[in-house]
Each structure stands twice: as C-alpha cells, then as structure tokens.
Design a protein around this ligand. Structure first.
Ligand SMILES: [Zn+2]
Length: 321
C-alpha cells in the first residue's frame, strides 16, 4: 500500500527547511508532490527552488528519493523513504514553449496544471473570465502527454478544464480540488468536471484546506466526507488525497520579485476575504487518521487504500515516463 500526497507546499525558496516533509514521511506518506512554482513566480525563483530542493533531497538519501519512476516509489517505500516529485501550478514557467515540458520533467517535475486562478496565454484560471483552452494550450497538453507528466486541472477554469480533459490522450487528475456540490466555491469542481475526469480514467484528490472543505478547523472526517461524495458520484477508483498543506517557515521570504499583488491571484470577489496565510489546513496526522475516517463513511479497508494512494499510483503508472 502506497500513501500518495498529491500536493504539498513548502516556502518557494531553495533554502526551505524540509522538516515538514520529514513529518509527512513520519506520518506514513510514501510519495509527495511538492510545488516548485506557480504562475506568479518568476523563472529565476522557480529555477533556484528546483535547484535547492534537489540538493536537499540528494543530501538526505536516508529519508528521501527524487522519484523518476514508480519503481523509485516502491523501492523507497520498502526502505521507509519518502519519494518526492515536483509539480508546477501554471504554465507561465513554460515561457509559451511546449519543449519546456520535457525539460522540467528531467529536473524532477511530475505533474502540472496550466493556469493558477487567472487566465494566461495557455489556459484559463478558475477565478477569471471563461475562454476555453487556447491553441497554444492544445499544444502544451500534447507536450504534457508526450513527456509523461500528470495532467492536472486544479485551479483551472471550468470550461477550460473540460477542454483539457477532452483533448488529453492520458488520464487527467485534479490534484487538490473538492466537490462544489458540497462547498460552493470557485476553486471547487462541479459534478460535470468530476464525471469528465473519471471518464479520462483520472482521479480527483481532496484538498485539506479549510475554505474548500467548509470547515474552519478541518479534520480527517471532513476530508473523508468529500472523498465519499466523489466515490458516490463516479466510483472509488477516481478518488485521491491532495491535502495541499502549505508549510510556513518564519523568517524565510518567498514573495515573488516584482510588483506582486496577492489580491490579483486570490481575488476578494472569489471569496478570499482573509489573508491567504490565515487559511487553516488539516493537520499532518490526518494521514494517520484517514483509514478510520474513510471507513467510517462505509468504505472497505481496500477502498480506503485506493483513495489514499492506490488510485494515483495506477494513474501515474499509466502516465509517467
Ligand atoms: Zn494550489
């Protein structure tokens, strides 16, 4: 059994302390997708984050392995190591060049979505005007499929995500998105999007963020409730976990250089009325409590194991190169 954390965030600074990642390992997580950049982060920041995180992983072979294959994850799990892959949140670090996708893969990126809340030249964000996938976007999706990265639609506009799922030749995931039927927020996904994701063979991973779970102090039971809803809609094979815990490190600055405006990326009109730093997350020990919480919704032991990692393992096995 592999526990698969589909999305977690350290400070976007190459010097970030991996202590929170060590806590994920101690909580039984076998694979974690760690964010290395969003649309708001300039390329020099993204590159130094990748360089720093790669160096930290390489310096601790007793704890971590940079995953380039499913075999790396399974071998690591047998030795108690946490396998790590990187993810990009948005296509802007690709500089409008589909060839950049394979380059990022070679640097350790295993998963990407194409827009972060706002529209760009490739795709639509979920808090912006709906246009649909652009022609450049179609070429980027093909490049993501060809390079063997997980095609992710979290943070993406509704119509654009449906376009991506229609043209992708591989299963598509939502790495950290919750059902809009349970919590009406623009970052959550409609039943139509969940059904389209399942039709690709993909997985919708439940986020542990308070506002998207509909709980000020979210617990494993809240995560399980959302997981059970998705399972009821499209089946147990299409549910995963991406708690999206953002680990702060006091004193370590990761503010994007330039004229960065947080209210553009997290607009008040979309309900971001409080500072993003004050969002609450499920605690790391959610990973220990999830088996019981999932079974409390009526899932079997085997079903809970699929949700906690078996389903994402299946999809990655089909997609990764
Ligand atoms: Zn995110």
């Amino acid at each position: 059994m592999i526990n698969w954390e589909a999305h977690a965030c350290l400070p976007l600074n190459g010097s970030a302390d991996f202590a929170p990642i060590e806590r994920l390992r101690a909580a039984g997580v076998n694979y974690a997708s760690i964010n290395v950049g969003m649309d708001m982060n300039p390329l020099p920041q993204v590159m130094t984050v990748i360089a720093g995180f790669r160096a930290t992983i390489a310096a601790h072979p007793d704890r971590y392995v940079l995953a380039s294959s499913i075999a790396d994850i399974e071998r690591g799990a047998a030795k108690g190591l946490l396998a790590i892959g990187f993810d990009l949140e948005g296509a802007m670090p690709l500089l409008e060049d589909p060839r950049m996708v394979a380059l990022y893969r070679d640097l350790g990126v295993r998963q990407i979505h194409l827009a972060y809340n706002r529209n760009n030249s490739v795709a639509d964000g979920c808090h912006d005007v709906e246009r649909g996938l652009t022609s450049l976007g179609r070429r980027i999706v093909a490049a993501v499929n060809d390079a063997g990265l997980l095609m992710d639609c979290s943070h993406t506009g509704r119509r654009c995500s449906l376009d991506i799922m229609a043209v992708s030749r591989k299963p598509v995931i939502f790495s950290h998105s919750n059902p809009q039927s349970l919590v009406d927020h623009g970052r959550n996904v409609t039943d139509e999007q969940i059904r389209a994701c399942a039709a690709t063979g993909g997985v919708v991973c439940v986020s542990g963020v308070s506002r998207f779970l509909g709980s000020d102090a979210p617990t494993a039971a809240d995560v399980a409730r959302h997981a059970a809803y998705i399972a009821g809609l499209v089946g147990i094979r299409h549910v995963g976990i991406g708690l999206d815990i953002s680990f702060d490190e006091p004193g370590l600055d990761d503010t994007p250089a330039g004229d960065f405006d947080p209210t553009f990326w997290w607009p008040r009109s979309a309900g971001y009325d409080r500072a993003i730093a004050r969002m609450a997350y499920t605690p790391i020990d959610t990973w220990r409590k999830l088996p019981a919480a999932l079974q409390d919704t009526g899932m079997s032991v085997d079903d809970a194991a699929l949700v906690m990692g078996g389903n994402m393992l299946r999809v990655a096995r089909e997609v990764w190169k």
